[in-house]
Design a protein around this ligand. Structure first.
Ligand code: TYD
Length: 206
């Protein structure tokens, strides 16, 4: 059995990734269309019953910065063991709404946790495992904040300051510059139609 591919969607809150996720999943499913492999759609924090419980805590409860990073990685360990690894091993493709780049961006860039601590946790939890492809929805923070304010009541992260999101965005872009072969950056100020054209290129490249 050929191993499946692992694809992640990233971006600051309000960057618009959610708008494109379901459409992208469907395009991937059309592409696979062999009847054997399927596309497993999942998200972080979350993706498992335990991860869902941790998500509820992480988004709503105030906590120490290091506790936050540890819980993100604990949820991720469970997600890898229960969902991502078994799916890839049986040839399915996995599409995740956020993964480890989000921890570097939010807990590292946004909150300021030193990168070497996050790298140590990353090695512990996932060894050398990385997504095959990461689509980064990039948008200026002012645009993202306008989009966010139109949405529902903000959670722990959505209520952060503009400068928090500046640092988060900068760290996403640093991650992308460090792994240019893995990242595909989408200019999320573009119209939905032109973003879909870019995403078609992504699907074709897989
Ligand atoms: P998000 O995925 O944007 O869901 P929704 O669209 O329902 O708001 O929300 C998850 C939040 O968790 C988001 O603000 C980013 C944050 N987060 C981290 O801070 N670190 C992480 O490692 C992950 C996976 C998410």
């Amino acid at each position: 059995m050929v191993r499946g591919k692992f694809i992640t969607f990233e971006g600051i809150d309000g960057a618009g990734k959610t708008t494109h996720l379901d459409w992208f999943r469907q395009r991937l499913a059309d592409k696979l269309n062999t009847g054997v492999r399927k596309v497993v759609m999942t998200r972080e924090p979350g993706g498992t019953p335990l991860g869902g419980t941790l998500r509820g805590i992480l988004l709503a409860q105030p906590m120490d910065l290091e506790t936050e990073a540890l819980l993100m990685f604990a949820a991720r360990r469970e997600h890898l063991a229960q969902v991502i690894e078994p799916a890839l091993a049986q040839g399915d493709w996995v599409l995740s709404d956020r993964f480890t780049d989000a921890t570097f961006a939010y807990q590292g860039g946004g909150r300021g946790l030193p990168r070497d601590k996050l790298e140590a946790l990353e090695r512990w939890v996932q060894g050398g495992f990385q997504p095959d492809l990461t689509v980064l929805f990039d948008v200026p923070t002012e645009t993202a904040s306008e989009r966010r304010s139109a949405a529902r009541a903000p959670d722990n992260f959505e209520s952060e300051s503009e400068t928090f999101f500046e640092r988060t965005r900068a760290e996403y872009l640093r991650c992308a510059a460090e792994a240019p072969d893995r990242f595909f950056i989408v200019d999320s100020t573009q119209s939905i139609e032109s973003i879909r054209k870019r995403l078609e290129e992504v699907v074709a490249s897989l």
